[in-house]
Ligand binder design. Structure first.
Ligand SMILES: Cc1cc2nc3c(=O)[nH]c(=O)nc-3n(C[C@H](O)[C@H](O)[C@H](O)COP(=O)(O)OP(=O)(O)OC[C@H]3O[C@@H](n4cnc5c(N)ncnc54)[C@H](O)[C@@H]3O)c2cc1C
Length: 378
């Protein structure tokens, strides 16, 4: 067993770390305040290959494994998890085509992502989030076309997206087996995107509703075959959850770094607060969780890259990472005392940004359901 990153992985990590600290960290607070996605930073990241990382080399991408991607994601997320999350959304969109796209769809989609376009992944609806099988968006076949009607909510990057993967029911009576996935162009008549939704944290990442009103797409827009949508969504989760764990890890490491520095300089009762055991132990616990999350995330990614099933490990990593990040952000605010509550210091943003990690890509409750189910299968 070897835990050493390769020379190439070290180089990529170093590049990402420098980029995060020089280009992302300085704009993070303003982007959060203004709920602004920093397109100029995205373009710079694109130039040096830090976005669309899984796009195969034949289409101009880096063609990296999920493990390489999570090394980069951890570094970028240290600077701002909101910006990094929005940067990473194209990868989740691309994952659909990695797991189920036809050669033609891959060619079209990957080429367009590399040309600077954005994709969004639209599964959740006002009436169906955790309960994927309950989606009610319909796709009805009419000759050589499908007609889509319904609405989606909480769709990350929808305000930026040129293309969407839309999940819809082709056979409502078949439950989760009746779900299909479609590639839909933003400018298709009948598709509209709502105003960006206001949110607690990760404000640099734009999120909106998507409305489908008689949206006609050719049959070639169907991804894989009718009824394959649920399996596609689950396979995408196996790829995306280690990435979300890496996002959480970046935030967790930032909590530790900020809190450690503060605890070494802030003095009470004649000594730095790190010398009060209650504070020192919080930092020790943060450090342990960082290392544990790092190992879980890398293991989940490595299994996938080795062609093995990683559903259990991806759920372990995502759930433990999200819960640890939320816990650590609360403790970081506590270590900063009153200053932790101030917008002048970065930890209040970390606290707000952390929460959604326990909600998107499957809530922490749903991850535990998956873990229990996987345990019962073994
Ligand atoms: C900022 C943000 C970005 C997002 N981006 C996207 C995106 O790009 N694309 C997309 O498709 N979706 C996206 N989502 C949606 C997200 O995946 C859902 O919000 C999430 O899956 C939860 O669904 P819900 O909101 O409907 O909550 P519900 O499913 O209604 O859950 C409510 C509560 O009940 C719990 N619960 C539900 N069912 C069970 C159960 N069986 N056992 C135990 N507890 C249960 C949940 O854990 C939760 O605590 C995003 C959400 C947010 C907030």
């Amino acid at each position: 067993m070897n835990f050493e990153p390769s020379d190439e992985q070290r180089l990529v990590q170093h590049t990402a770390r420098e980029f995060a600290r020089r280009q992302m960290a300085p704009v993070a607070a303003a982007c959060d305040r203004e709920s602004r996605f920093p397109m100029e930073v995205y373009r710079q990241a694109q130039e040096i290959g830090l976005v669309n990382m899984t796009v195969p080399r034949e289409f101009g991408g880096s063609g990296w494994d999920v493990l390489d991607c999570i090394l980069v994601t951890e570094e970028l997320a240290w600077a701002c998890i909101g910006i990094t999350g929005a940067f990473g959304l194209n990868s989740i969109f691309a994952d659909v085509f990695h797991v189920a796209g036809s050669a033609q769809q891959k060619q079209a989609v990957f080429t367009r992502l590399m040309a600077g376009e954005f994709g969004a992944y639209a599964l959740t609806e006002p009436g169906a989030g955790s309960d994927v099988a309950a989606i009610s968006t319909r796709a009805v076949r009419k000759g050589d076309r499908y007609v889509l009607d319904g609405s989606k909510i909480w769709i990350s990057n929808a305000p930026l997206a040129n293309m969407f993967v839309i999940f819809a029911k082709t056979d409502p009576a078949a439950g989760h087996r009746g779900i299909s996935a479609f590639l839909v162009e933003r400018d298709t008549p009948g598709l509209s995107v709502g105003a960006p939704l206001g949110k607690l944290g990760q404000r640099a990442a734009p999120v909106a509703e998507v409305f489908l009103n008689g949206v006609e797409v050719p049959v070639s827009a169907l991804i894989d075959e009718e009824g394959a949508g649920f399996i596609i969504a689950m396979r995408v989760f196996d790829r995306s959850r280690p990435m979300v764990a890496a996002l959480a890890l970046g935030l967790l490491q930032r909590c530790l770094d900020e809190a450690l520095e503060y605890a070494c300089t802030r003095r009470t009762m004649g000594r730095p607060i790190i010398e009060h055991q209650a504070i020192g132990h919080k930092l020790a616990d943060m450090s342990m969780r960082c290392e544990a999350v790092r190992l879980l995330a890398r293991q989940a990614a490595w299994l996938l890259d080795s062609g093995r099933r990683n559903t259990l490990q991806a759920a372990h990593a995502k759930c433990f990472a999200a819960d640890s990040a939320m816990w650590a952000a609360g403790e970081a605010v506590q270590i900063f005392g009153g200053m932790g509550y101030s917008t002048e210091y970065p930890v209040e943003k970390l606290f707000r940004d952390a929460k959604v990690l326990q909600i998107y890509e499957g809530t922490s409750e749903i991850q535990r359901n998956i873990i229990a189910r996987e345990l019962s299968r073994s």
